[in-house]
Design a protein around this ligand. Structure first.
Ligand code: IPM
Ligand code: MG
Length: 371
């Protein structure tokens, strides 16, 4: 018996999570385990009705679960950033989900915009640091005439930017990235272990040539840990260059480890080469705590309730969830089920098919049951 928390969230979130749950329940039937689901009503509707994003009680409840199955958040009625920071990032940070695991794998039968590339060329994993870097939320924005300025900010303005905040009228904003030795070491070590279990190749993606303080530390930590893994071959790539190589030579990559913000950016590129956001799952993992599995796409509010959204990224995230719970055979069966639905053409409109969200879920579920 596994207990799993489900957060449908906004827009298409509840529908894709429902399809995913059907598949995971079928996997349980076939492989001999039960999933006890607990649903959490978190998202824009409740925020608009009550002003609550995530309550202390919910965080305490969620902490009793090893895994959360998460749909999507985001709603046109709410200013961008509120739900993202108040729910999604809040969960990632609160539960210290320091690994954001994003497989970039072109499944059999899926179209990629990269000419001449097939499943044998596109199969790597991005390990994104998930709790530090420019996501720590340290920053400020105000005009030079603002009088209520902290002493430390006054100094920052004067010493770093040469602005006299008492007299200069210029508007100014800053945001600080933070990298710690411990924070980098734990995710880099995870990436080395993963590489060791795969093709033993690990690339660090950073921008140490310009942001040399934060990513200089990152590189030092990487090099130190690399010495413990002589069997894994390593390289440093700059993030701008990696956007070229992912397109030109995706087959070069096996495991990629990268700080938070670059990981955000390059995994959308990765999603596109593996067939689009409809096929891109992610896991937010704390190996010793509460982890969360989600499609990396958003809530697509305009398709809400229409039963046409592609649930495959969510189902794939469900496969990652099962693997995290130790149900490896079931996890593999779910991924095979996804490939079967693609081979049979039981896919949604974005992939050229005519199936509904629930129809795809049901198809994959029956494939898993009879597989
Ligand atoms: C992602 C998303 C989030 C992020 C947003 C919605 C906060 O883009 O999961 O990649 O930036 O991490
Ligand atoms: Mg993103």
């Amino acid at each position: 018996m596994h207990r799993v928390a489900a957060i449908g969230g906004d827009g298409i979130g509840p529908e894709i999570i429902a399809a995913g749950r059907t598949v995971l329940d079928a996997a349980g039937e076939r492989y001999g385990f039960d999933i006890a689901w607990e649903e959490f009503d978190i998202g824009a509707d409740r925020y608009l009705a009550t002003g609550e994003l995530l309550t202390e009680d919910e965080l305490a409840d969620l902490s009793r679960f090893k895994a959360i199955y998460f749909g999507a958040i985001g709603d046109d009625r709410v200013k961008p950033g509120i739900l993202e920071k108040g729910i999604l990032l809040a969960i990632r940070f609160h539960f210290d989900q320091y690994i954001n695991l994003r497989p970039i794998k072109l499944l059999e039968g899926v179209w990629t915009p990269l000419a001449g590339k097939g499943p044998e060329n596109i199969d790597f994993v991005v390990v994104r640091e998930n709790t530090e870097d420019f996501y720590v939320g340290i920053g400020s924005r105000f005009s030079g005439r603002e009088r209520r300025v902290l002493e430390v900010e006054r100094e920052l303005y004067q010493v770093k930017f040469g602005l006299d905040i008492e007299t200069d009228a210029d508007e100014l904003a800053y945001q600080i990235g933070v990298v710690t030795r411990e924070g980098s070491a734990r995710v880099i070590r995870y990436a080395f272990d993963l590489a060791r279990a795969r093709k033993k190749k690990l690339a660090s993606v950073d921008k140490a040539n310009v942001l040399s303080d934060v990513y200089g530390l990152w590189r030092d930590v990487f090099s130190g840990i690399a010495a413990e893994y002589p069997d894994v071959s390593t390289e440093f790539n700059f993030v701008d260059a990696v956007t070229m190589w992912f397109v030109k030579n995706p087959e070069w990559y096996d495991v990629v480890v990268t700080p938070n913000m670059f990981g955000d950016i390059i995994t959308d590129l990765g999603a596109m080469i593996q067939g689009g956001l409809g096929l891109a799952p992610g896991g937010n993992i704390n190996p010793d705590g509460t982890s969360m599995f989600e499609p990396i796409h958003g809530s697509a509010p305009k398709y809400r309730g229409m039963n046409i959204a592609n649930p495959l990224a969510t189902i794939w995230a469900g496969s990652m969830l099962l693997s995290h719970l130790g149900e490896e055979a079931a996890a593999a069966a779910v991924l095979r089920g996804i490939e079967q639905s693609i081979a049979a053409g039981v896919v949604t409109k974005d992939m050229g098919g005519a199936a509904t969200t629930s129809g795809v879920g049901d198809y994959v579920a029956s494939a898993v049951r009879s597989g």
